[in-house]
Design a protein around this ligand. Structure first.
Ligand code: RP5
Length: 168
């Protein structure tokens, strides 16, 4: 049963939402991905959010752009954590999406990541689930160690070669 629901307002959000899916796969977390627009198909959206707990989701990652109401409306209905991803937009650069998602009224939080922050949304969802999953916590620790090793490897290479060779 998928523990994370990944939902986006449009297929144009897919490249960013795929980053969340990829990191969840890497960490061995099951997810289910859907395209459901709160604005264009509100009835379907309401059904999705109302049935999400019974479907077994423990966290929802919701991404939207412009007047980005999808994450906030998920949080209004779903009783467990909702992570919001603001999409970069062509007219206002994603600040429109960011403000729409992050400025929730008291009582209905959305854990908002950076504009186009799909990867961090996936990691944050995994961290939430790791509170009650020791195996996942171990995989997250290994993921962090690998990141440190990767950056150290680059630093060693830079020290060895100098920046001109490094850039080649
Ligand atoms: C939102 O409107 C979507 O999340 C998307 O980011 C934005 C634009 O949608 P499209 O016009 O690209 O379908 O609902």
């Amino acid at each position: 049963m998928a523990k994370v629901g990944i939902v986006m307002g449009s297929d144009s959000d897919m490249p960013v939402m795929a980053q969340a899916a990829e990191v969840l796969e890497e960490l061995g977390v099951d997810y289910e991905m859907r395209i459901i627009s709160a604005h264009r198909d509100p009835e379907k959206f309401f059904k999705y959010a109302s049935e999400a707990e019974a479907a077994g989701y423990k966290v929802i990652i919701a991404g939207a752009g412009k007047a980005a109401h999808l994450p906030g409306m998920c949080a209004a209905i779903f009783p467990m954590p909702v992570i919001g991803i603001p999409m970069k937009t062509s007219d206002l650069g994603g600040v429109d999406s960011l403000y729409s998602i992050v400025q929730m009224p008291g009582g209905i939080p959305v854990a908002t990541v950076a504009i186009n922050g799909g990867k961090n949304a996936g990691i944050l969802a995994a961290k939430m689930l790791s509170i009650s999953d020791e195996g996942l916590l171990d995989r997250l620790k290994a993921y962090s160690k690998k990141m440190a090793a990767d950056v150290n490897e680059k630093d060693e290479k830079l020290k060895e070669t100098g920046y001109r060779e490094f850039l080649k």
